[in-house]
Design a protein around this ligand. Structure first.
Ligand SMILES: NC(=O)c1ccc[n+]([C@@H]2O[C@H](COP(=O)([O-])OP(=O)(O)OC[C@H]3O[C@@H](n4cnc5c(N)ncnc54)[C@H](OP(=O)(O)O)[C@@H]3O)[C@@H](O)[C@H]2O)c1
Length: 208
């Protein structure tokens, strides 16, 4: 059973009325669409990215349409200390467990091993695309389980299973994330937490 927050807006006839979600990378692209979609389904959404103006814009849009509430949060998911601070900020806002976590934030970078002399970029992609979702999941999962269940979603990529040259670090990070979800599936048995690795079709993307 999902506990419903009592001090946030709730539209009882919507399917996710009264629930709360956290979406990383909610400032633009697919994350923005997910945040708005969840709000349209009745969910109160925490919109997270490193560009405050973008997540503020999404939260403002959600709040201006009479949908359940949106709130913007600044956080670099590659930084575990920032993730702990984010969890505390969200708790201050909703004072209830997050029911739905969407690990969407990523860096997509063209690269080739031959030119990877500087490991800083490689490590940054792993920290954002792989360690970030793991840290976010581990910090929100215990409360989710204690509250009766929830959903963990990571936005993956076909690069996890198909060989795409010149996106080496990105592909390795998405493969690691897929394995994380496959193993999580076993660990979550009987805990009423649904666990998804979702692969979207190609859209306009920021590849650096
Ligand atoms: N678009 C596609 O065609 C496609 C295809 C397959 C899979 N995917 C996957 O779908 C997801 C979304 O892709 P997209 O194309 O919509 O991405 P996008 O347009 O590049 O947006 C990425 C979002 O993540 C945020 N972000 C990046 N690094 C972050 C960090 N360290 N901490 C917090 N937020 C961070 C960005 O904001 P800031 O930079 O301001 O933080 C932005 O809001 C990704 O996981 C991607 O791998 C996309």
């Amino acid at each position: 059973m999902i506990t419903k927050p009592n001090h946030l807006s709730s539209t009882p006839n919507l399917p996710l009325a009264g629930t709360t979600a956290l979406i990383t990378g909610a400032g633009r692209g697919i994350g923005r669409a997910i945040a708005i979609g969840l709000a349209q389904a009745g969910c109160n959404v925490s919109c997270v990215s490193r560009t405050l103006s973008e997540v503020e814009d999404v939260a403002r849009m959600i709040n201006s349409t009479g949908l359940p509430q949106g709130k913007s949060f600044l956080c670099d998911v590659a930084d575990p200390v920032a993730i702990s601070a984010l969890a505390a900020e969200i708790r201050r806002w909703i004072d209830r467990p997050v029911h739905i976590v969407v690990n969407n934030a990523d860096i997509a970078r063209l690269d080739a091993v031959e030119h990877t002399s500087d490991m800083a970029h490689w490590n940054r992609i792993m920290a954002t695309n792989l360690a970030g979702p793991v840290a976010i999941t581990s910090i929100f999962l215990p409360e989710m389980i204690l509250s009766g269940g929830g959903v963990i979603i990571s936005i993956g990529s076909w690069n996890a299973v198909e060989t795409v040259p010149f996106m080496n670090a990105y592909s390795v990070s998405k493969t690691g994330l897929l394995r994380f979800h496959e193993i999580l599936e076993y660990e979550l048995r009987g805990k009423n937490v649904n666990n998804f690795y979702v692969v979207p079709a190609n859209t306009e993307a920021s590849i650096i």
